[in-house]
Structures are given as structure tokens and as C-alpha cells.
Design a protein around this ligand. Sequence first.
Ligand code: ZN
Ligand code: ZN
Length: 391
Amino acid sequence: MRAVTYHGTHDVRVDTVPDPEIVNPRDAIIKVTSTAICGSDLHIYDGVIPGMLTGDILGHEFMGEVVETGRASTLDIGQRVVVPFVIACGSCFFCNKRQYSACDNSNPAEKQDISETAFGRPSSGLFGYSHMTGGYAGGQAEYVRVPFSDVGPVVVPDGLDDEQVLFLSDILPTGWMAADNADIEEGDTVAVWGCGPVGLFAIQSALLMGAHQVIAIDHYPNRLALARKLGAEIIDYRQTDVREALTEMTGGIGPDAVIDAVGMESHGFAVDNILDTLKQTVGIGADRAHALRQAILACRKGGRISMPGVYGGLVDKFPLGALMEKGLQLRTGQTHVQRYSHDLLKRIEAGDIDTTFLISHRLPLEEAPRGYKNFKDNQDEWTKVVLRPGG
Ligand SMILES: [Zn+2]
Ligand SMILES: [Zn+2]
């Protein structure tokens, strides 16, 4: 089959690789019909995710048709499914608490060393996201093996097309959990750093959860325009001092909740960010956390911080004093996709949530390298790329 593979920093290719096979009774094989490139795939593309090997198949946002099932799979051949990017067994200590992205059974024992060393405990398995998270082949391919297929995949009802449900795989539940983690109360003001897909869906979710005012922060005009269309007020951080503006827009007290939807590759010409960039470039493991620092400082006293943005290493210059002295709460984590996906599917069916506005480009799988390059280099125009195997 054809698949998008990793060959080093800024080098992804479409290669011919062996077809996946059923390995465990709970597996299913999916013939991929749509798959997206994610902002977090760009962290791989930029070479800042450890544990990537040449030839690894990328992609964790995908859906398709069930073409083969293991004897313990509950799926039927021919069903259309969207697959969560988090691989979870459904029955361990963590899955029983619905903390699916902490699943203890999905990252094979021989792959756990890196995350156990880096994070103190092994991480769960993720599709297409390095050997640190299990080394699973991703879904930017014609076919993909889905482990624990009786737990994760969401069967798509007739009448919904791929583009309406594809983002249930990651970015919609991730945006939703970002807002959920911000504990939004009716009438709240919420500031969101980053108007990428997760930031935009967090804005949409925060408004559905009752936020009165949502303020979006970015510097890409097109992305800010999308945020405005969703109902957010906007701040272009290249033109405006963010903290001053937020103070002014909130009657002097600051936002009730702040959401960092930027993560480890923050942009911006600020002193802390220049130092972070240098450290990340020379490979001494520092994340670029400028957006998070700014969010913590801007948040009102007693407010909440939600951090859906991906971080993988260490940060310094962290405003720990502000966190403590202002009595802030911080919640974060890889998304517990399985906790949210069924409810979000109902909201899509009911017409309460439409995510199709985000898709700017549709490409055949063979053009994935062009998709990655442009999604990285021209983030303003290329808001979301959907790849179609065989398209
Ligand atoms: Zn993703
Ligand atoms: Zn589990």
C-alpha cells in the first residue's frame, strides 16, 4: 500500500510499504477514506518529537471503512468509522476512570522506556506519533491496523459525509476538552492563544458552554478572521500588547479562563521566546512556552488555565510565582477522545457543531509532502489539509 512516511526533519515521503495485518483478536483493518494533517504532525515534521524512525508511517486523524476484523472486534465489515488518535484498552485502571489518554495497556512494554524516563510514567499508545507512544503505524495511508477496535472507533451514521465527522478523531474533542478543562461558567470571559484548528474549536466549544466573551490571540489574519466569524473578539499580537489589551477588554481584571492552544513551538519576538528557540534548535530539550507564560500572567486572580497545546520536554522561566500567588488552576493532557466523541457526534448530527469551515485544502495522499510543506510554511492560508488515499 501507499503511506506517508517520515525520513527526517522536513522530509516526509509517500512510499510503498507492506499492508497491515490483524495482529490481535481485538484489531480491525480500516481502508482509509480521509485523513488529515495535524498541527502536532508539524512538531514531528520539525524534528522536535523524540523516538521517530525513518520509515515510520505518520497520521493520527483518519477514518474509513472496516475491511477486516479480528475475532474479538465488535465492528462489522463495511461499517464507516472515525478512529480516536488515542489508543485505549477500555478496561484498565485509567480507562475505567475515563482517562483514556492515560491507558496503561496500549503502549507496548518494550516501547515504554522513553516516556517513563521523560515523564515518570509510560504514556499511552497514539497512532503515528513516534516510538515513545508505541510506534504504531499511522493513518496517512491506504490501510491502517486499529488495535482495541471494540473500544475506540465511532461508527458513522448514514447521511454524514467524511468531512463532517473526520475531526472527531482528534481536534474537535481536543478543542472541546480544552474548553471543558477551563471549567467555563455562564458569562465567563475566555482568552484563547492560537487560532489553529484546536484553538478555533476551543472557541466554538467555549461559546457553546456559555462563555459570554471569547478573545482570540494570533497573528495570522485569515485565522483571526475565522475566529471572528465564530464569534470571538480578536487580538493580533504583532500589533497589540496582549496583556494590556486583555486587561482593557475585561474591565481591568483579566480573563476568567485562558487556553494555550499553541504548545511547544510558540512564535513571537520576545526575549523568552528567542532564548527558547535557541535552546530548541541546539537540541537541549527545551520547549518554547512563550504563549503559556503570557497566558498565566494575563489570567485573572483565581482563574483557570487550560493547556491543550502539546509540550514534550522542559521549560524554564516558568512563572511559577504568578501561578501560586494568583491562585490559578492548571489543567492539561492528551485528549480523552473516547470520553467525548459520542456526545460530539450527536451535536454534529443535530447541527449544533459544524467543523467543515476549517478545511482549506483537499489533496490526494500522493501529494502529502506538498501538504506538509504548505501547512507549515503558509499557515495563514492552509488552515487544514485533508488527504484522500486513492484520490
Ligand atoms: Zn491531531
Ligand atoms: Zn486502558
